[in-house]
Design a binder for this molecule. Structure first.
Ligand SMILES: Cc1cc2nc3c(=O)[nH]c(=O)nc-3n(C[C@H](O)[C@H](O)[C@H](O)COP(=O)(O)OP(=O)(O)OC[C@H]3O[C@@H](n4cnc5c(N)ncnc54)[C@H](O)[C@@H]3O)c2cc1C
Length: 464
C-alpha cells in the first residue's frame, strides 16, 4: 500500500525499452498500480537493428508488441500500457504530461526514455546521413542502401555512378563496424549475380572514424583484430578522420596533415571530400530530451551527452520518488570494496539498463516499506561486437578467472548465440536462428523488399 492512504502506490514508468521493461517485470508482482507509457507500440531489441537496416531480418524478428511481450504481467491486473508521447513533467504536482493534453498522476516515477542520435550541433547532416536507433531508422537506411545499388544500375555514365557505389559509414563503434562489415558482405556476396550493368563487388564501403582505432571501447588488441577482419571483408577503414561536412554530394573530413596542405583550414589539417550518395551516421548519441525537461523541473544536473546525473541509488537529488535509468542516466556503480575503490561510470549498454530497471524497482519497494534504498552496482559480464560473417570480437569478464578475450569464428558463434538467447520471445529466437542459418549457407538476405517507389528513394541531388 502506498503513502496515499488505503490506495495502491501509483507508479508511472516512461519507456518500454530494456530499462523500463525490466522495471515493469520486477514490480508487476508487487501491490502497486503501474502505468507504462511508450511512444511506440513495440519493444525493440536494438543490438540487432543493423540486421533490419541491412535487409538480413524483418522487423518482427527483433521486436514485439509491448502488450504481447507483457501479457503475463497484464494478467496480474495492476498494469496499464499506454501508447503516448511524454512531453514533460510537473514534478511539484507529481504529474507526467502526455501529448493531446493528457496527464498521469504518480506517487513514484521511473524514467527510461533512452537516447537518440547526436550530430554534434550539425542538425542539417541528419537529412543526408540517417542514424540507426528505431525501426523507422532501419527501414530508411535499408531503402537507401538497396536504392543506391538500383540508382547505380540506372547510370550510364561511370562518373555519375561512382557516388552511388560509394557507401560511407561514419563512426567505428559497434554499430558502425556491424553496418560496414555487413554492407561489404552484401556488395561482395549477396548482389553480384543480380545486376547487369554494375559489378556490385566494385562498391566501396568506407568506414570513417575520428579516433585512432575502431571499437574504441575494446582493448587495443581486439580493436586490431576487428580492423583486420573489416579489411578482409573489403572495408576501407580510415581512422583519425574528423568529419566537417555532410551534404547530398558526400562527406568532407579532415586529417592531420602537413602545414599548408590542400585547402588547409588552419594550416595543420588536410581536407578531403568523399563523393557518396549513401552515408550512414553511427558516430554520436545524446540522451532523450526528457532529461532536459526533468532537469529543469528538479534542478538535477546534465552531463555533456544530456544524461541526468543520478544519485548512487538512481534517484534524483531531493526527489527519492523519481528514478532515472538506462541510457538517460549518468550513473555510477558502487564499488565492491567501498573503502578501497571509487565508484565507476556505468556504460550505455542493454545489460546496464536492465540491471538499473531491477534496482530502481527494488528501491521503490524498499521506500514503500520504509526501508533505506541501496546503491546501484553494475555487474559487467563483458563486451561483444560482430564485424560480419564469421568475424567478431569478445571480451568477457569471468568471475574468479579474469578477462577472456577472443576473436574470429568462435567469437562470432558466441556473439550469435548470446544475441539469440537475449531476443524477445521464443518465436523470434527460432525465426532468427533459421534466418541466420539460411543466410550462412546462401549469403541471401531475406528482407530486401523495399516498399517505396524509385522516385521516393532517390535522395536530393547534390548542389551543382
Ligand atoms: C543500433 C544499436 C545497437 C546497439 N547494440 C548494442 C549491443 O550490441 N549490446 C548492448 O548491450 N547494447 C547495445 N545498444 C545499446 C542498448 O540498446 C541501449 O543501451 C539500451 O537500449 C538502453 O535501454 P533504455 O531502456 O535506456 O532505452 P531504450 O531501450 O532506447 O528504450 C527507450 C524507450 O523509451 C521510449 N521513449 C523515448 N522517448 C519517449 C517519449 N518522449 N515518450 C514516450 N516514450 C518514449 C522509446 O520509444 C523506447 O521504447 C545498441 C543501441 C543501438 C541504437
Amino acid at each position: 500500500m502506498s503513502e496515499v492512504s488505503g490506495q495502491r502506490a501509483r507508479v508511472v514508468i516512461v519507456g518500454a525499452g530494456f530499462g523500463g521493461f525490466e522495471a515493469v517485470r520486477a514490480l508487476s508482482k508487487a501491490d502497486v498500480e503501474i502505468t507504462l507509457v511508450d511512444r511506440t507500440n513495440h519493444h525493440l531489441f536494438q543490438p540487432l537493428l543493423y540486421q533490419v537496416a541491412t535487409a538480413g531480418m524483418s522487423a518482427p524478428a527483433i521486436s514485439a508488441p509491448i502488450r504481447h511481450a507483457l501479457r503475463r504481467e497484464m494478467q496480474r491486473g495492476n498494469l496499464t500500457i499506454l501508447q503516448a508521447e511524454v512531453i514533460g513533467f510537473d514534478v511539484a504536482a507529481r504529474r507526467v504530461l502526455l501529448d493531446a493534453g493528457q496527464a498521469l498522476d504518480y506517487d513514484h516515477l521511473i524514467v527510461a526514455a533512452g537516447a537518440t542520435h547526436s550530430y554534434f550541433g550539425h542538425t542539417d547532416w541528419a537529412a543526408h546521413a540517417p542514424g540507426l536507433k528505431t525501426l523507422a531508422d532501419a527501414f530508411a537506411i535499408r531503402a537507401r542502401v538497396i536504392g543506391a545499388f538500383e540508382q547505380a544500375e540506372r547510370c550510364t555514365d561511370a562518373a555519375q555512378r561512382e557516388p552511388w557505389m560509394t557507401f560511407v559509414v561514419i563512426g567505428a563503434g559497434p554499430t558502425g563496424v556491424e553496418m560496414a562489415g555487413t554492407m561489404a558482405e552484401i556488395a561482395h556476396h549477396t548482389l553480384p549475380q543480380e545486376f547487369r550493368r554494375i559489378d556490385s563487388t566494385q562498391a566501396r564501403i568506407v568506414l570513417l572514424e575520428g579516433s585512432a582505432r575502431v571499437l574504441g571501447s575494446f582493448v587495443p588488441a581486439l580493436s586490431q583484430r576487428a580492423l583486420e577482419q573489416l579489411e578482409r571483408l573489403g572495408v576501407d577503414v580510415r581512422t583519425g578522420c574528423k568529419v566537417t561536412g555532410i551534404d547530398a554530394a558526400g562527406v568532407t573530413y579532415e586529417t592531420p596533415g602537413s602545414v599548408g596542405a590542400e585547402a588547409g583550414i588552419n594550416g595543420a589539417m588536410q581536407r578531403h571530400h568523399l563523393p557518396s550518395r549513401c552515408v550512414i551516421w553511427a558516430a554520436g548519441v545524446e540522451a532523450s530530451a526528457l532529461g532536459q525537461a526533468l532537469a529543469v523541473q528538479t534542478g538535477a544536473t546534465l552531463d555533456r551527452a544530456g544524461r541526468i546525473i543520478v544519485q548512487a541509488d538512481l534517484s534524483l537529488p531531493g526527489h527519492t520518488e523519481i528514478a532515472v535509468i538506462g541510457d538517460l542516466a549518468a550513473a555510477t556503480s558502487a564499488p565492491k570494496n567501498p573503502g578501497a575503490d571509487a565508484p565507476t561510470a556505468v556504460p550505455g549498454v542493454s545489460p546496464a539498463a536492465k540491471q538499473m530497471g531491477r534496482t530502481a524497482a527494488a528501491n521503490l519497494l524498499r521506500l514503500l516499506r520504509g526501508e533505506p534504498t541501496l546503491a546501484f552496482r553494475y555487474i559487467d559480464y563483458g563486451n561483444l561486437a560482430t564485424v560480419g560473417r564469421k568475424a567478431a570480437v569478445v571480451d568477457l569478464s569471468v568471475p574468479g578467472f579474469g578477462p577472456l578475450r577472443f576473436s574470429g569464428y568462435f567469437a562470432w558463434l558466441f556473439w550469435l548465440f548470446a544475441h539469440i538467447y537475449f531476443l524477445i520471445g521464443f518465436r523470434n529466437r527460432l525465426v532468427v536462428m533459421l534466418d541466420w542459418a539460411w543466410a550462412y549457407w546462401t549469403y541471401e538476405r531475406s528482407a530486401r523488399v523495399v516498399a517505396q517507389p524509385a522516385t521516393a528513394l532517390r535522395p536530393a541531388s547534390p548542389p551543382a
